[in-house]
Design a protein around this ligand. Structure first.
Ligand code: ADP
Ligand code: ZN
Length: 826
């Protein structure tokens, strides 16, 4: 007998279960199977095979789902690492790599056994259920539930199962996303026979059939039924009549749904590298060619937006493709980075795969298969594209590696694409490139310490025409590249505006610049940070913000209790009647939206054409691209938007970027608030002046002296980094420690609090017994968003070199979520 360790699709099961492999079953590691689990049947993945069972009694694997393994051994190894590191179920980690729509619930059936002899001892109810099943032969448990009530049906069927009067069966629900099928029509008669038929039809007065036959005789290959009907304006009946006479055949053919079909891509030649790029590329190649395989090779490509990083990615891809390998390129949000997709598609026409959740299930399935067959030199997508079945992986690129979208936060496993990419690269002997203008502070720390290879592009390349990439080929003849300077950044102190009596959202300097820009017929973007509205309290006069004396984060205002609370340590204070710093009595709790900004802009510039871009626009599929294209085509003068505006947009005619309020993200109670603010503002600032004309950026703030804002104004990542890394070191925050965030949610606030108390007490006593004395707990505290959809949330953070060690051997009940290396602790 052989045995299999199977990861099962059931929430909460962290480990694997042992099943016996039926003698006739041909399976191995990586196979998907149906296994009995409790009273159900669930999917499982075989991760190990043994000759001995790991437990005393084992059930048998019920059925094999596919006749070939779905996962390769290194994929299983990667999933094991993910589940161990991120403390998630193994099945959930494996599921990241399974084909789209694989994890579905099976349908349970009941069937009467062949010879039911003795029914006399049955109760009336049991008898009724049995009769019902016998009459129909096979009944799904769902149907029984409808007929007899769920509880009754379950109880009675369990009883009948025990008496061996019925048996259970289950069916694999159709995975409804098989390849798309299209009907194709082709002739099946010889030339001679066709001639005879032509003759017959022309005399039989069947002009439609005649037209179809004539048309098909001209074709060199099968033609789609839809196209045939359209071009000849004939009916399906006409064509089917000819099929019946065996003149033609209609066949279903699998076709690939191409998610890039809406893009008009033209093949583009690579440009000659600029000298800054050449230096970087030479260094990269030297490190690449001389690497030893003891540690994964990770490059940190540090360069401002427009410094030519994408060109380096393409160069690296050329190198791996030349060696018969393939790449994956991650972008934070694919719907917002059509330019990147176009760039890759232009260089690798027809060889680019796209994977993301906005594709229809059918498209996802097709693309997955297409990639698996080795058709794509590069797969582009968000973090999940990391798990594309790309064969012979040689390169993984993370563009904008600091992006928060790379961390899966909403469901388990809460993995970070950067860490997984490095593991994945290690397993495949591939190279990783992390690119960013504002690297993650922890990543840059690794680059500084030599763990990653740091490569820097310092200058911004002026692109002559952003809208027509084809002109790059022309530029080959004049390989001299021009560099442009960064946009000038002005900080506007909003306290002064208030003092001067301007209570509008738009400061006088911003209004001035807007007027100038509009007069020159250039474009403006206005950026509004959506996060953290009205959660902190600020003095309008001196800009004072209430902060926690112990944690140096902004205090959060809780209106129910009328108190300011620290979300790190629970320090709390009631709101005084006036500002502790200047005694002003007009303390502000502000919240603003794009609509309000739009109203004020309209009032100031009644004739300017406005476009609003916020999450309301997300519904439709290509809506973002349409909106962007409209703005790029200068169908509007001013674009007002939230976070999305900041993400990698290429808007060459924008010469002014206005940041309505830089403060909302600075004052979030999170140790990464400074970093996130810096990254966000730099990105917005990077939007202005990408074309020929120099750009201008205006940052409105109540904290003009803040280090992150100051650093943005100087375009000074390194200065920001030095300040930030000191702060992290002093307070023992990552990268000097690791965090695990535990959140418990429940509809009952009291219960929530009790559960946290219980866990924190048991963790505290465990810490005292452990050798590692560096472990500490932050909290329990209410989560920043304390109540979500009627559930209260409390959190506890474990900090230390190896916080996971504290959780080993501890089982958390449902209701807990575990986030290892959280990107935000709010
Ligand atoms: P990044 O990825 O750092 O934002 P890109 O690679 O997109 O920078 O380059 C910025 C602009 O400069 C793009 O429009 C690109 O087409 C152009 N560009 C980059 N490298 C070259 C080059 N060697 N020759 C001509 N144009 C270039
Ligand atoms: Zn505190």
């Amino acid at each position: 007998m052989r045995y299999a360790e199977v990861a099962v699709n059931s929430p909460g099961s962290r480990s694997t279960f042992c099943y016996a492999i039926p003698p006739h079953m041909e399976i191995g590691i990586g196979f998907a199977v149906w296994v009995p689990f409790g009273s159900r049947v669930v999917q499982g993945i075989v991760v190990q095979q043994n000759n001995q069972p790991s437990v005393e009694t084992t059930k048998e694997i019920a059925q094999c789902i596919n006749d070939h393994p779905l996962l390769l051994p290194w994929q299983i190894e990667l999933a094991m690492w993910i589940s161990q590191y991120y403390l998630s179920s193994l099945y959930n980690a494996l599921a990241l790599m399974l084909p789209p729509a694989f994890s579905r619930k099976p349908i349970n059936y009941f069937q009467a056994v062949e010879s039911v002899l003795d029914m006399t001892s049955l109760t009336l109810e049991q008898n009724k259920l049995l009769q019902f099943i016998m009459q129909r032969g096979k009944v799904s448990s769902k149907k029984l539930g409808v007929e007899f009530g769920n509880n009754n049906a379950q109880r009675l069927s369990e009883q009948l199962l025990r008496y061996h009067l019925i048996k259970r069966d289950y069916k694999i629900p159709q995975i409804g996303t098989g390849p798309k099928q299209l009907a194709y029509v082709s002739l099946v008669v010889s030339k001679d026979k066709a001639e005879t038929e032509l003759y017959r039809l022309s005399h039989a007065r069947a002009p439609k059939q005649l037209a179809v036959l004539e048309f098909l005789l001209q074709q060199t290959c099968a033609i789609s039924l839809g196209e045939l009907k359209k071009s000849l304006n004939c009916s399906l009946g006409t064509i089917q009549a000819m099929e019946r006479r065996q003149i033609l055949s209609i066949e279903m053919v699998s076709v690939r749904r191409d998610p890039l079909s809406h893009l008009k891509t033209t093949a583009v030649l690579p440009p000659v590298l600029a000298s800054s790029q050449r230096t970087v590329w030479e260094q990269m190649e030297a490190d690449w060619d001389s690497r030893d395989n003891s540690a994964p090779l990770v490059f940190m490509l540090f360069g401002v937006t427009g410094s030519g990083k994408t060109e380096i990615y393409l160069k690296a891809l050329d190198k791996v493709v030349a060696n018969g390998k393939r790449g994956i390129c991650l972008v934070p949000e694919i719907a917002l980075t059509p330019q990147t997709v176009e760039r890759f598609a232009g260089r690798y026409p027809g060889r680019v795969g796209i994977l993301h959740s906005n594709l229809s299930p059918g498209e996802q399935y097709d693309e997955w298969q297409w990639i698996k067959e080795g058709n794509c030199d590069v797969v582009i997508g968000p973090r999940s594209a990391l798990f594309a079945p790309q064969p012979d992986l040689g390169l993984i690129i993370l563009d904008e590696e600091h992006g928060q979208m790379y961390k899966q936060q909403d469901r388990s496993p809460r993995y970070h694409a950067r860490e997984v990419a490095i593991r994945l690269a290690q397993l495949n002997d591939a190279v990783v490139i992390l690119g960013s203008a504002t690297p993650d502070v922890a990543s840059f720390h690794k680059a500084q310490s030599g763990k990653y290879k740091l490569l820097t592009l310092t200058r911004r390349i002026t692109s002559h025409d952003h809208t027509q990439m084809a002109t790059m080929a022309d530029k080959l003849s004049s390989p001299s590249v021009t560099y442009s300077t960064q946009a000038a950044v002005d900080i506007v102190d909003m306290r002064k505006e208030l003092k001067a009596g301007n209570t509008s959202l738009l400061s006088r300097p911003l209004l001035d610049e807007m007027r100038k820009t509009l007069e020159q017929n250039d474009q403006i973007i206005l950026f509004l940070n959506r996060r953290g509205t009205a959660t902190f309290v600020r003095c309008p006069d001196c800009g004072f913000v209430f902060r926690c004396p112990r944690c140096s984060v902004a205090l959060t205002y809780h209106s129910q209790r009328g108190r300011l609370i620290c979300h790190h340590c629970r320090y709390s204070v009631s709101i005084p009647g006036s500002c502790p710093s200047c005694s002003d009595t007009r303390l502000m709790f502000l919240g603003i939206g794009t609509q309000k900004v739009a109203d004020e802009v309209k009032r100031a510039f009644p004739t300017a054409r406005l476009l609003r871009w916020d999450s309301d626009v997300t519904g439709q599929r290509y809506k973002h691209e349409e909106l962007l294209n409209d703005f790029r085509a200068h169908k509007a003068d001013i674009l007002i938007g939230t976070q999305m505006i900041a993400k990698g947009l290429d808007l060459p005619q924008v010469t002014l970027a206005g940041i309505i309020s830089a403060d909302t993200s600075i004052n979030l109670p999170d140790f990464r608030a400074g970093e996130h603010t810096f990254q966000l503002l730099c990105q917005v600032a990077g939007r202005a002046g990408r074309g020929f004309k120099a750009g201008k950026v205006i940052i409105q703030t109540f904290s003009p002296e803040n280090y992150a804002i100051q650093a943005v104004a100087r375009h000074d990542y390194l200065g920001f980094y030095r300040y930030e890394i000191n702060y992290r070191r002093q307070h023992n925050y990552p990268p000097f420690s690791h965090l695990i965030r535990l959140v418990y949610s429940h509809t009952n606030n009291e219960l929530c609090q009790q559960e946290l108390k219980r866990l924190s007490q048991s963790l505290i006593s465990k810490i005292q017994t452990m050798d590692e004395n560096k472990l500490s707990l932050i909290g329990p505290v209410p989560a920043f968003v304390h109540r979500v959809r009627g559930r209260y949330r409390w959190q506890l953070i474990i900090r230390g070199h190896n916080p996971a060690s504290l959780l080993s051997g501890i089982t958390l009940s449902t209701g807990w979520t575990i986030d290892v290396d959280p990107v935000g602790v709010t």
